[in-house]
Structures are given as C-alpha cells and as structure tokens.
Write a protein of this length. Structure first.
Length: 200
C-alpha cells in the first residue's frame, strides 16, 4: 500500500448487510469474489504505474512523489444482501470511519462524508448510489485519504448469492511535515479526475 501507512485490518460491515470486508489493499488480502458481476476499475492519473489487477482490470497504481513517499490509488470490492443500496453504502462508510477512529485520537482525526453525484461509467440500470469521504489523521506524519464508494444491485443474481455489490476507490497522500514535506500538489484535482474515471 504505502511505505509507512498502517495496514487496514478486516472489519465487518453493519449487521444489516451481513458482508465481510477487508480494507487492506495488499494483494494477499484483497477482496476477490468469484463471479463478481461488474469489474470496477479506473483510469490511472498521469505517471501512476499499474501495480495490480482484480477481475482482469486495473485495481491499483502507484507513483513516487519523492524518495520514500508515493501516491497510491486503489480500488476494492465487497458484496452483501439487498436491504437498500443507501444502507449498504452508508454502513460501509460508517465502518471506515470507525476503523480510523480506533487508529487516531479524536483530536488527531478529521473525517467527513457526503452523497456524491458521481456515478461510475457503465453502471447497471437503476439506482447506483455513491458517497465520497475524506479522512486526515495526524501524528508525526499526516495521512490524507479521499475515497469514493458506490453500491448497486446485481442483475439476476444466482439463487442464494449476494445481490448487492460495492466498490471503494481511494487515493492516499502521506507526508511528514518535520521533514519539510508538504501536501501533494494538485491532490484534489487529481482525485476529482480519478473518481470521474471510475467505471464498471
């Protein structure tokens, strides 16, 4: 994922969706569900080198900003049972927030989220709901994450199979002010274009 960032441990989504999600983007722990009906991917920002594929499409890219400091964009997936796309997405964001609240003291963490009008290209017919979220954790280093997560109903799911799918696309900027490092230039613009490039 990143040279110094803490890996995210597996956590459970809300009981209402009954889905197991692994937040760590490392290849060995990525969520890969056989038969995932749509293959979420994105267009890597300029200079961001492809590093992983999931479902046969790009799921992670990385680039060096400076020695020991890199930019990462990564997409991951989850499945669940339909109780409403909004519930699935909002529960997912709540779990992300809860994880980071466990990792950082309240005065060192900023987290926000909002409904997004960005819908991934080639989304299935009907409602595909998305939420954008932002997290900044401050210790000796500053970790800033921008994320987009979207959920949709599976068309004609097999009997007994989960019928809601979800992806979350995240971009990471981590820097150490005591080393003279500053936030990544144009990070917000890069993230906006990254999210707009998401497609199924």
């Amino acid at each position: 994922m990143r040279a110094t960032a803490k890996p995210l441990l597996p956590v459970l989504l809300g009981l209402s969706v009954l889905a197991l999600v692994a937040f760590c983007p490392d290849a060995a722990t990525r969520n890969v569900f056989e038969g995932f009906s749509k293959a979420p991917t994105f267009t890597p920002p300029a200079g961001c080198m492809p590093r992983e594929q999931t479902y046969g499409v790009l799921s992670k890219c990385e680039t060096d900003i400076a020695p020991g400091r890199g930019f990462v964009a990564v997409i991951d997936t989850a499945v669940g049972w339909f109780v409403g796309e909004k519930v699935f997405v909002t529960d997912h964001v709540a779990e992300i927030k809860a994880y980071w609240a466990h990792e950082y003291p309240p005065d060192k963490l900023t987290f926000s989220s909002k409904a997004s009008d960005m819908v991934p290209g080639n989304a299935p017919p009907g409602a595909t709901l998305c939420i954008q979220y932002s997290m900044t954790g401050k210790t000796e280093t500053v970790l800033h994450i921008e994320g987009l997560t979207c959920a949709w109903r599976v068309e004609n799911p097999a009997a007994g199979q989960q019928n809601v799918e979800l992806f979350w696309l995240e971009a990471y900027d981590e820097y150490t002010p005591s080393k003279g490092q500053q936030p990544m230039p144009s990070f917000d613009l890069i993230v906006r274009d990254l999210f707009a490039s998401a497609r199924l």
